[in-house]
Write a protein that binds this ligand. Structure first.
Ligand SMILES: Nc1ncnc2c1ncn2[C@@H]1O[C@H](COP(=O)(O)OP(=O)(O)OP(=O)(O)O)[C@@H](O)[C@H]1O
Ligand SMILES: [Mg+2]
Length: 454
């Protein structure tokens, strides 16, 4: 019993792990509706109900036994896993450290099955009327492992982890209805939709969708599909970098590195790429059995993976933004002599700095600078604006190039600093309410800091 509890601890760490395992089982059972109900951040109750294919009585009795899985039959199968589960460990681990009630029906047998367990003990097995599908209720997590229970965080932070996971899962399965209820409160209910795009809209709203670029790249039996940031906006942190390998959410260094590298130079300062990207990769080339909670995968060879991700994103960005590489022709090697030629060459290939190019024609240098109204000869003297990003000016000492975005931030910073010093914070009641679209996890953080904002 002790070894079972220890093993359970690797798979089941907190309420979030219970939700993850149960939801993955529902997805493996081809459910089109999954409802998750929680009490106290999942510490007192996690209940997952699905309309999947359910279990026969015989299988329902077996499912709590270690290493009983209906998903693989041989060692060879391990390299070809298309289901989320494969170890036959989740239900035994959960039931070893909580009070579980399983209700299930495969829609073929006369009656459904109810099994009630408390730790290792089976309390009852009985007939019930139950529609096709399964529900698993997990109460009092770690009731028999007080040392573990102490490590659980506040209801809110446990809930936060669950919301994040549910968001990840919803994104991967737009065709499935997901709902999440905490206590009496429904946090979300996403009806089934037919595309990833619509699901991103449901979860994150229109404003995010408008800042995304579609990625669709195929190479033999490898594919990268999804959405990523449309430069130059991006996100203020790396929290919206979601990767899935064969529909399994993963954190993977190679994938993240390829993403960030592909965006280098395309995003504004201190901005990070958003990504909702699905990599389909041959099952034989990726090992998913490397982490107890299946949060990581290992690629047999990570270089081609990096290349694939990098190339597909780069191509999509270049196609959308029409960025071309520019470099001087021979006699202009050290920069372009604008007065003489009036233009420089723009070519497709090879290295050197990237400048923006208009869609139809090559830009003339004059197009790149927006001359400002005539000014008197006072220094610093503004010469113009470059690419909507830099202000170019000259002073007695030389050329000044100002990142206008940064400069603007600086001005605002000084303004607010002044206001703060004087303690004269302006308060205004908007005539019309201003609507913000918040994702479920943003909503929770908002509620956390509401007092501060009022
Ligand atoms: N919601 C469900 N609907 C139908 N069958 C289920 C459901 N949940 C579990 N099962 C059955 O119970 C078995 C055991 O589930 P469990 O999650 O313990 O293992 P697994 O999913 O096979 O592997 P893993 O430990 O990797 O999750 C599954 O193989 C499946 O046959
Ligand atoms: Mg499972």
């Amino acid at each position: 019993e002790i070894s079972l509890k220890i093993a359970a601890g690797e798979v089941i760490e907190r309420p979030f792990s219970v939700v993850k395992e149960l939801v993955e089982n529902s997805l493996d059972a081809s459910a089109s509706e999954i409802k998750v109900e929680l009490l106290s951040g999942g510490k007192n109750l996690v209940k997952v109900t699905d309309n999947g294919h359910g279990m026969r009585r015989e299988d329902a009795k077996l499912c709590f036994e270690r290493h009983s899985t209906s998903k693989i039959r041989s060692v060879e199968d391990l390299s070809l896993i298309a289901t989320l589960g494969f170890r036959g460990e989740a239900l035994p681990s959960i039931s070893a450290v909580s009070r579980v009630v399983l209700k299930t029906s495969d829609g073929k047998e006369e009656k459904g099955t109810l099994i009630e367990k408390e730790g290792e003990k089976i309390i009852q097995t009985s007939d019930i009327a139950f529609p096709l599908g399964t529900s698993v209720e997990v109460r009092d997590l770690f009731f028999n492992l007080p040392a573990r229970e102490k490590f659980l965080r506040s209801d809110r932070s446990e809930l936060n982890l669950i919301v994040k996971f549910m968001t990840f899962a919803s994104i991967a399965y737009p065709e499935v209805r997901f709902s999440l209820i905490h206590g009496k409160r429904q946090l979300f209910d996403y009806p089934p939709v037919s595309s990833l795009k619509e699901r991103i809209f449901q979860v994150f709203g229109k404003s995010l969708l408008e800042r995304l670029l579609e990625i669709d790249y195929k190479e033999d039996d490898r594919q990268l599909y999804g959405y990523a940031s449309l430069p130059p906006a991006g996100h203020r942190d790396r929290t919206l970098q979601l990767f899935y390998v064969n529909k399994r959410p993963v954190r993977d260094r190679t994938l993240l590195a390829a993403l960030n590298q592909a965006y280098r130079g395309f995003l504004e300062k201190d901005r990070y790429a958003e990504a909702f990207l699905f990599l389909s990769y041959p099952y034989t080339e990726v090992d998913i059995n490397v982490h107890p909670a299946k949060a990581e995968v290992r690629f047999k060879d990570s270089r081609p993976v990096f290349q694939l991700v990098y190339r597909s994103i780069e191509q999509a960005i270049l196609k959308e933004k029409g960025v071309k590489k520019i470099y001087p022709t021979k006699e202009e090697e050290m920069g372009f002599r604008m007065e003489e030629k009036g233009r420089f060459r723009i070519e497709e290939e090879r290295g050197a700095p990237a400048f923006m190019r208009g869609k139809e024609r090559q830009r003339e240098w004059k197009d790149l600078f927006t001359p400002l109204a005539k000014q008197e000869e006072i220094y610093p003297h503004v010469l113009g604006q470059y690419l909507d990003i830099y202000i170019v000016a000259c002073s007695e000492e030389g050329l000044i190039i100002v990142d206008q975005h940064n400069a603007h931030e600086r001005i605002l910073f000084e303004k607010y600093e002044e206001i703060d010093k004087e303690k004269k914070w302006p308060q205004k009641l908007a005539l019309l309410p201003i609507l913000f679209e918040l994702s479920p996890s943003q909503l929770l953080s908002f509620e956390n800091s509401q007092a501060l904002l009022e």
